[in-house]
Design a protein around this ligand. Structure first.
Ligand code: G6P
Length: 533
């Protein structure tokens, strides 16, 4: 592993000044650096990775034991060592499989819960489960982090399949979020789902209480219009939610990996059980590909290796996720949790300091919107930002096919522009045509130079169906896994979120004036005093 790392560092040093465009002198470049899995295509040819780089990166993955760790994860071994837990979100979509944790096959319980969810979702969608004022018109999912971002992102992504009641997602403890959401809803026909793995998260429990109070002003039995999704059955009972509307899961499903199970209930009610199963099938297809394809044709492995190449070897600290798919507008936010909470660590699994940087900053917005906002910096700023484009061959709006052509041409044009750039000579020729000359021509031309040679990958698929969405999400999950294994970190804990939570709890009595600011730093004390007025 150390040898592979050193070899890659040397290789990067040797090729770093080369133009990526020159690699296309080889006419087989695009084919050789495109991989495919069940109709999903990953073009990673617009990177500065050549055949030797690919060989070394694959050797890095092999040396890091990715294959063994992958087998361990899928088999139910407790690879989340700091929490002593298995990592088995893949079991949620392996409905015909068999996976044991502590000697017990977990699949039968997964299938049973899925069927209960389906029964409930059908009852809501078909009007057998009603509110106290009639058929359910609106579902409000209260959850945060992994109990919000996945289903919220997917509900938007699958809008063309949404034929159930309206779905709303409330996450922020800022009262504005729940107030704005509930405004205009009828409590008599609203179902509230409290989604929390732990059922202790302060934002979720506070919003759940607010929703119950709101409902209590209009209906005799507010708890009857609540459902819960959690690993903590005792706490859902204490909140007063009938066990028939509680859908449980196990601690081996991490919050940010949980949308495939009960946390996906609101999504299932929105699109229906059949489309939810198609989503699971897409995820499972990617699992099978990940487990069986050779590393140099394995989408999650390749995406991870490209990520490591850019972050750890080229030193690019961020990566932009740019879906040319308006319905994936929440994908970057979803991936921020998936990737940054998983791989934003500073110590290795054994507690030693990491000798290199961990995961990159992930950010992005859908195209073409981003083009009119931050692409300026991507094209001409001084930092290089590797870009990840996502594009469907087909939209759902057949009557707007001409708009889809525009969308695709913009997506392809951006990666082309990043690759190719525009030289000073080309810029000078443009300025000369406009009639400029001398020093003014030079000055104006320099502003119009694009350095190019900026790397990107393109993930291309036929159409954003439930199956394809499942493939995309599972692809990114496994990418995180592979990067984490190679970095030697635990991708499945999140201790970094704890300190802020503890300090917020301690500050509450200070802000309420029940406690003084002793022991606080000067800035925090002054801000607390400002708040108290
Ligand atoms: O589902 P919950 O237990 O309410 O947790 C919600 C979220 O909060 C935590 O702080 C974690 O950082 C997230 O990983 C988690 O998804």
């Amino acid at each position: 592993m150390r040898d592979a790392w050193a070899a890659l560092t040397a290789h990067h040093e040797a090729v770093k000044d080369r133009r990526i465009l020159d690699l296309f002198d080889d006419p087989s470049r695009a084919d050789a650096f495109t991989a495919e899995a069940d109709g999903m295509r990953l073009d990673w040819s617009k990177t500065n990775i050549d055949a030797e780089g690919r060989r070394l990166l694959v050797a890095l993955a092999e040396g890091a034991g990715v294959a063994d760790k992958r087998a361990a994860m899928f088999s139910g071994a407790k690879i989340n060592e700091t929490e002593g837990r298995a990592v088995l979100h893949t079991a949620l979509r392996d409905l015909a499989g068999s996976v044991k944790v502590d000697g017990k096959d977990v699949i039968p319980a997964i299938v049973e819960t899925l069927q209960r969810m389906e029964g409930f979702a059908r009852d809501v969608r078909e009007g057998r489960f009603t509110g106290q004022g009639g058929r359910i018109t609106d579902v409000v999912n209260i959850g945060i982090g992994g109990s919000d971002l996945g289903p919220a992102m997917a509900t938007l992504a699958l809008a063309p399949y949404h034929d159930g009641p309206r779905c709303h997602y409330v996450s922020n403890v800022d009262g504005a979020h729940i107030a704005d959401t509930l405004k205009g809803l009828n409590p008599e026909t609203t179902l509230v789902i409290v989604a929390s793995k732990t059922f202790t998260t302060i934002e979720t429990m506070t919003n759940a209480q607010t929703a119950r109070d709101w409902m209590g002003t209009a209906v005799a039995n507010p708890a009857a219009q609540f459902a819960a999704v959690s690993t903590a059955a005792d706490k859902t009972a204490a909140f007063g939610i009938d066990p028939s509307r509680v859908f449980g899961f196990e601690d081996w499903v991490g919050g940010r990996y949980s949308m495939w199970g009960p946390i996906g209930l609101a999504l299932m009610i929105a699109v229906g059980p059949d489309d939810f199963r198609a989503f699971l099938a897409g995820g499972h297809a990617m699992d099978t590909h990940f487990q069986t394809a050779p590393f140099d044709a394995n989408l999650p492995v390749l995406l991870a290796l490209v990520g490591l190449w850019h972050n750890q070897f080229c030193g690019h600290a961020t990566r932009a996720v740019l879906p040319y798919d308006q319905r994936l507008s929440r994908l970057p936010a979803y991936l921020q949790q998936l990737e940054m909470e998983s791989n934003g660590k500073r110590v290795a699994m054994d507690g030693s300091d990491l000798p290199f940087h961990s995961g990159p900053v992930v950010w992005g917005e859908p195209g073409t919107n981003g083009q009119h906002a931050f692409y300026q910096l991507i094209h001409q700023g001084t930092r290089v930002i590797p870009c990840e484009f996502l594009i469907a061959r087909q939209g759902h709006e057949a009557h707007l096919a001409h708009q889809h052509v525009l969308l695709v041409s913009n997506c392809l044009a951006q990666s082309e522009a990043l690759l190719r750039g525009r030289s000073l000579d080309e810029a000078r020729a443009i300025m000369a045509k406009k009639g400029l000359s001398g020093a003014e021509l030079d000055r104006q031309a320099r502003h119009r130079v694009f350095p190019g040679n900026r790397p990107s990958v393109t993930l291309a698929y036929d159409k954003l169906t439930p199956f394809v969405l499942g493939q995309i999400i599972a692809l990114y999950e496994h990418r995180v896994f592979v990067e984490g294994v190679i970095l030697g970190i635990n991708s499945y804990d999140q201790w970094g979120v704890e300190l802020g939570k503890e300090l917020a709890l301690a500050l509450q009595p200070v802000l309420e004036g029940r406690q003084g600011t002793e022991g606080k730093d000067g800035s925090t004390a002054a801000l607390a005093a400002w708040f108290r007025g």
